[in-house]
Structure formats: structure tokens, C-alpha cells
Design a protein around this ligand. Structure first.
Ligand SMILES: *Cc1c(COP(=O)(O)O)cnc(C)c1O
Length: 357
């Protein structure tokens, strides 16, 4: 029986990617060696890195003004790297505080210089995306989080501003089209929608770099990694390899356009049921609902939790407990999750209603 994996991260990846990656762990390219035991400077691995970068560029229509690199340290290290590379000694950075990840990003900038949240939904446990804020035109950069994995909110548009925009897209990159030219930097930990943990994707506008005026430790400097084509030191070879396989799969699926429609169908299915079923309620503001992570509660946990948990466990559903700061349930529906998995969850919700309404 198929396990329906709704994990928020590390997340589900396509079955064909796991199969191919398993083979490459034993014998890569017919070399009689594993992909994780060959030199990262061998022509076989350099080809993997080149294809991964090329597929990112193709998939997101990355303009020539921008570089694509794979780093380590997760999205969490980007919180600090962004500040090191973009915050000037006398300038300031402005952040949109839409959740725990956004506020962790802000903390690193505050530790280095002048940075502030210009709007926050913290008081409402981050259940909506603030709007109507204005960005100071003199700011060094504006930082936002496109999808708030924990709270199930997603930015449906980005502010129009001349200030450089930097975005943490960890949990919705490659799930929908994005106009890369509007961003000076985009970053994403691989493990939400791209590959195994270990690699972090960064897309950065070249001419935005070199302006901070501060000493930047070598490993934290974007130009270090751009100049060495993500091979300044040993890259996370397996994570990059599997990410490349996922990007090949995405291309076969019809790219971001096709996956957007698929993700919309999954989101419509679950949210329609959350809204229809009298036993459940969604936690995020309707207009800001995430197509990746749907968060919802039982209206009467004491009466129905035991029965509902038994239903979804019996249906082989995994990973739908909500984050501890929100409670309830969270269905993460990353690219590789099939519509039939969402249908299996919706069937459990309907069954609960039948038993208890
Ligand atoms: C998971 C997540 C992070 C943290 O990623 P790591 O790679 O574990 O550091 C940051 N931002 C968002 C939006 C996330 O979902």
C-alpha cells in the first residue's frame, strides 16, 4: 500500500528520482563507482553540476544578469550570508516578518548592522501576510519569505520597489513561475522541493555584489562560490546530484507551468474540503493560503482527534501533524506529491464527517 508522504521537510521526491539515485549510489555512469565516491572535479561530476545549474536557469528563465550556485549550510546560513553581502556599514535592511524563518533571518542582520521589520503578523500567530507597508527607498535591501512553511501562508505577489529584493523561497521554489529579474537574490534549502538536505540553491544578480564594504569571511562571500562555479570546496555531491535528477523530472512533467496547474488542483481539493466540512477549519487567511502547506484544525479536538488520527493512519498517510507552534494538521503538498494522496486525505476528512456529524 502506497504511503502518502505529506512531510513538511525533508520532503517527498519523485519515485523515479529515488530509483535512479539508488542506482547511482552503487554504480554511476557505468564507472563501477558510486556518485558519492568520485572526485567532485572529475568530468562526470562536473557534468552533474553543470546540468543542475543549466536546468535551474532553464526552469526559472534565469536572466544572464544572474548567477546560479549551490552552497551548504541550509537556508539558515543564508540568513547570515545575505546580511554579510548586502548590508552596508551605514545603511539599513528592511524585513517582512511573516514567521519564524523570517524572524530568524532578521536576527542575523540585526547582529551585523541596522535592520528592522517593517511589517509583521506575529500578533496573529503569523496567520496572514502583512500588506500596505512601504519600503524605505534608501534601504540596502528588502527581505521576504515567499512561503511560510509553518503557518501555511504564501505571498501571492511581491512589492514593486527599486530597493533590491531578497527572498527566501525554500518551500515554494519551482512550484510556480517567478520573475527572477525582480530579485537581487533568491535562496532555497534543497530539502523542501528540490532534493535531499545538504545543498542550498542561490540565484544572485552579479552586479549587486561587492557593495557591502565590510570584510566577508571567504566561505560566506557569494563571489567566492561564483568564481569557482560552486566548487570552491567540496560541494554536497549527492544532494546536487539528486536535485539535478528532480529538475530533469520537472522538465519531463512540463516544467513550472505544468506543475503550477497540478499544485493548484491539489490545493483546491484540500481547501475546498476544509471549507466544506463542518468538522474542520483552516488557520491561514483565505487570500494568503499556501499552495504548498495547508494548515487546518479540528473544530472540536476533544471529540474528534482520536477518530481522525486513526482514519488517516489507516490510510497510510504520514507527516500531517501541524508544527508545534500552530497545532492541528499541516498537509505539505510539494511538487512530487500526487493528487491521489490529497484525495486520500480528503476521503478521511469526509469519512470522519460521516461518522460524527
Ligand atoms: C525549512 C525552512 C528554512 C530552514 O532551512 P534549513 O535548510 O533547514 O536551514 C528556512 N526558510 C524556510 C521558508 C523554510 O521552510
Amino acid at each position: 500500500m502506497k504511503t502518502h508522504n505529506f512531510s513538511a521537510g525533508p520532503c517527498i521526491l519523485p519515485g523515479q528520482v529515488f530509483e535512479e539515485a539508488s542506482k547511482a549510489l552503487l554504480d554511476f555512469d557505468g564507472l563501477g563507482l558510486s556518485v558519492i565516491e568520485i572526485s567532485h572535479r572529475s568530468k562526470n561530476f562536473v557534468a552533474v553540476m553543470d546540468e543542475a545549474v543549466a536546468l535551474v536557469k532553464e526552469t526559472l528563465n534565469v536572466p544572464d544578469t544572474h548567477e546560479v550556485i549551490f552552497l551548504q549550510g541550509g537556508a539558515s546560513l543564508q540568513f547570515a550570508m545575505v546580511a554579510y553581502n548586502f548590508l552596508t556599514e551605514t545603511g539599513k535592511a528592511q524585513y517582512l516578518d511573516t514567521g519564524a524563518w523570517a524572524s530568524k533571518a532578521l536576527k542575523e542582520a540585526v547582529g551585523l548592522g541596522s535592520a528592522e521589520a517593517i511589517a509583521s503578523s506575529k500578533e496573529a500567530n503569523y496567520n496572514f501576510i502583512p500588506k500596505g507597508y512601504s519600503i524605505d527607498p534608501s534601504a540596502d535591501y528588502f527581505h521576504c519569505t515567499s512561503n511560510n512553511t509553518i503557518y501555511g501562508t504564501q505571498m501571492k505577489s511581491f512589492p514593486e520597489t527599486d530597493v533590491p529584493v531578497i527572498c527566501d523561497m525554500s518551500s515554494d521554489i519551482f512550484s510556480r513561475p517567478v520573475d527572477v529579474s525582480k530579485f537581487d537574490l533568491i535562496y532555497a534549502g534543497a530539502q523542501k522541493n528540490l532534493g535531499p538536505a545538504g545543498a542550498t540553491l542561490v540565484i544572485v544578480r552579479k552586479d549587486a555584489l561587492g557593495k557591502s564594504g565590510r570584510y566577508i569571511p571567504t566561505m560566506l562571500k557569494y563571489t567566492t562560490h561564483i568564481e569557482k562555479e560552486s566548487m570552491f570546496n567540496t560541494p554536497p555531491v549527492f544532494s546536487v546530484y539528486v536535485s539535478m535528477l528532480t529538475l530533469r523530472w520537472l522538465k519531463e512533467m512540463g516544467g513550472v507551468e505544468a506543475i503550477t496547474a497540478r499544485n493548484q488542483a491539489k490545493a483546491d481539493l484540500i481547501y475546498d474540503e476544509i471549507d466544506r466540512n463542518p468538522l474542520f477549519v483552516g488557520t491561514a487567511a483565505v487570500e494568503d493560503r499556501s499552495n504548498m502547506n495547508a494548515c487546518f484544525l479540528l473544530k472540536d479536538e476533544a471529540a474528534h482527534k482520536e477518530a481522525f488520527d486513526a482514519l488517516w493512519k489507516a490510510a497510510n498517510i504520514s507527516g500531517i501533524n501541524g508544527h508545534r507552534s500552530v497545532g492541528g494538521y499541516r498537509a505539505s503538498m510539494y511538487n512530487a506529491l500526487d493528487l491521489d494522496s490529497v484525495q486520500a486525505l480528503v476521503d478521511c476528512m469526509k469519512e470522519l464527517e460521516k461518522q460524527h456529524a
